[in-house]
Ligand binder design. Structure first.
Ligand code: ADP
Ligand code: PAZ
Ligand code: K
Length: 243
């Protein structure tokens, strides 16, 4: 069995895969992978992979070093099942690469846009030849709410809970709509503009931020919350015997 660890700027996601099947998944703090010990005693794990976009603290590093099986640290030198055309592979966040590897595994000969809505919203494009071209980095939902509060004199910190209107009628709904409708229009805009260039485009939506889509593009969207984990599992299997 494979241990898959995706450490983001907000949350760590840890999953167990038995060949291609995810048998368990946990979301927890990215400051203490407390679940590792329990998982190691619960499953016969043979190997693991870690992708992190943050510097890990000493405790997490020690816990990972103590794992009793080979661990692949995903980086710019790791062999990949797709072509990486990103011009700065050494600065790429490999959660982004894992997301397209996961999408490409499901639809290997399609042009795909992956939208990952987490701390940041990232937009990744991989073409039908399996070439990852890169994409864009945009503020995530919580970052938008926090920024409006932190960088203004009087705006309150607003969250997703509460009245949702297309156009705000008071300070709270104005901020909530500005963030949530802004994200939806941004995402729809990317999809619409990319569909002109790639008419057969498929779209994956992943990441921890759930939000409804009531725009016309819903038909070509595949929601797959575990896309990064699936991509990491594929990369680990692709490197079998090389760890
Ligand atoms: N248990 C949780 N704790 C914190 N945020 C959560 C949780 N579950 C979902 N979220 C939402 O998911 C977002 C984090 O999504 P995720 O894709 O894990 O981010 P990242 O990969 O950037 O760490 C947060 O911004 C928050 O809105
Ligand atoms: C863009 C990101 C912060 C997204 O991370 P996340 O939202 O998953 O925490 C991460 O992929 C990253 O640190 N990237 C490095 C810069 C780059 O990808 O070019
Ligand atoms: K992520």
């Amino acid at each position: 069995m494979n241990l898959i660890i995706d450490i983001g700027n907000t949350m760590a996601k840890v999953a167990l895969f038995n060949v291609g099947e995810m048998v368990e998944v946990l979301t927890e703090s990215n400051q203490s992978l407390g679940c590792l010990k329990a998982l190691c005693s619960k499953y016969p794990i043979e190997q693991g992979i870690v992708a992190t976009v943050i510097d890990l603290n000493e405790k997490v590093l020690a816990d990972l070093a103590a794992l009793p099986f080979p661990l692949l640290w995903l980086n710019h030198q790791t062999p990949l099942p797709v072509v990486n055309l990103y011009e700065t592979p050494e600065t790429l966040g490999y959660d982004r690469m894992a997301a397209v590897v996961g999408a490409n595994e499901q639809f290997p000969h399609r042009d795909i846009l992956v939208v990952d809505a987490g701390t940041c919203i990232t937009y990744e494009f991989i073409d039908s030849k399996g070439q990852y071209h890169g994409g864009n980095i945009s503020p995530g939902m919580q970052m938008r709410f926090k920024a409006l509060h932190q960088f203004t004199g009087r705006l309150p910190l607003v969250g997703t809970d509460g009245r949702k209107l297309p156009m705000g009628r008071d300070t709270e709904t104005a901020i909530r709509a500005g963030v949530m409708k802004g994200m939806e229009y941004e995402i729809s805009g990317y999809i619409e503009s990319m569909k002109h260039k790639y008419p057969e485009l498929l779209v994956f939506l992943t990441g921890g931020d759930e939000f409804s889509f009531d725009s016309s593009v819903k038909s070509i969207i595949f929601a797959d919350r575990f896309l990064v984990l699936k991509g990491l599992n594929r990369i680990l299997n692709y490197n079998n015997g090389r760890i």
